[in-house]
Design a protein around this ligand. Structure first.
Ligand SMILES: C[S@@+](CC[C@H](N)C(=O)[O-])C[C@H]1O[C@@H](n2cnc3c(N)ncnc32)[C@H](O)[C@@H]1O
Length: 281
């Protein structure tokens, strides 16, 4: 087992922590070791442990996630919105009387400074554009926090370190994450620990297999545009606040590279069974 942390990357072992099945049960799911499930459970656990008294909550790039006294923001009814932002959250969650839906480009946050006890963004900041755009978005999100407020971010983590983006998504390397946090004006509540266990369910599979088959529950996948041009990626979450606890921003496990290499070798073998040859690496 590994101990829970609000600031770390997803790992298969995390799905065996009791809070994960508890949180997933609230949306009628059982753990199947999928990144989205991990992010969702992280968010709820962070809220419970680090921001239990938060009253004013603001979500960025929410699409149609559920929430409480809450302002959800996205590019609702605007160009650039994803399918998930085409559904009006008020219709999806009619019983939530305190839900405010605000159409906003998160690169130009127009909510009052110091107006939120808890700000969160699930799987969204990596879609705003360049690294500069992500830095600027997180910096503006930080300005929303009250003195004791918390900012929770969950995003794509590029474990391979080489620059990689698709049309819609920038896969953030450890260096990029460090830069984003450094420029936010906030501090991590714990070091952002990047580590992987050698649990077999951390074996990477090709992105399409991971996307299309909910029954193939690997966390890490290889996203590939051209053969041989891929990276290993997973998700990472971190919590920032105005208080400097003196932590380093990021701590990378010295074993990470070795573990990833072994998992990658196993993934290569597995993928020869799962995908056509032009998707092999
Ligand atoms: C992958 S979806 C995640 C949606 C939701 N947070 C979830 O986890 O289900 C990314 C969301 O970010 C929104 N988005 C992308 N760029 C944005 C921007 N510049 N400002 C606000 N929202 C943006 C998209 O419209 C989409 O709803």
């Amino acid at each position: 087992m590994r101990a829970w942390s609000p600031c770390t990357n997803a790992d298969a072992l995390d799905f065996f922590l009791p809070h994960v099945s508890e949180h997933l049960a609230t949306v009628g799911e059982v753990p199947r070791l999928h990144c989205k499930q991990w992010e969702y459970a992280q968010l709820l656990e962070v809220r419970r442990r680090l921001a239990p008294d938060a009253k004013r909550l603001v979500g960025l790039g929410c699409g149609c996630e559920g929430a409480e006294e809450i302002t959800v923001t996205d590019l609702y009814e605007r160009e650039g919105a994803w399918d998930v932002a085409r559904v009006d959250p008020r219709k999806a969650f009619p019983s939530m009387e305190n839900l405010r839906v605000h159409s906003m480009d998160m690169r130009k946050i127009d909510l009052p400074e110091r107006s939120a006890d808890f700000v969160w963004s699930l799987c969204a900041v990596e879609h705003v554009g360049s690294l500069y755009d992500v830095i600027e978005t997180v910096r503006q999100a930080a300005s929303l926090l009250t003195d004791d407020g918390k900012l929770f971010i969950s995003t794509e983590l590029n474990l391979s370190g080489s620059y990689y983006r698709t049309k819609t998504t920038l896969y953030l390397t450890v260096d990029m994450i460090e830069k984003i946090v450094r420029n936010s004006g906030l501090y991590p509540v714990a070091p952002i620990r990047i580590a992987l266990s050698s649990h077999p369910m951390n074996t990477p599979v090709e992105a399409k297999v991971n996307d299309e088959h909910g029954a193939i529950p690997h966390i890490i996948y290889r996203h590939q545009q051209r053969p041989g041009d891929g990276i290993f990626a997973t998700v990472v979450s971190f919590v920032l606040s105005r208080h400097d606890h003196g932590h380093p921003i990021v701590e990378v496990d010295p074993e990470l590279e070795t573990t990833l290499r072994a998992l990658g070798t196993e993934g290569r073998r597995l993928n020869r069974r799962l995908v056509p040859p032009w998707k092999w690496w």
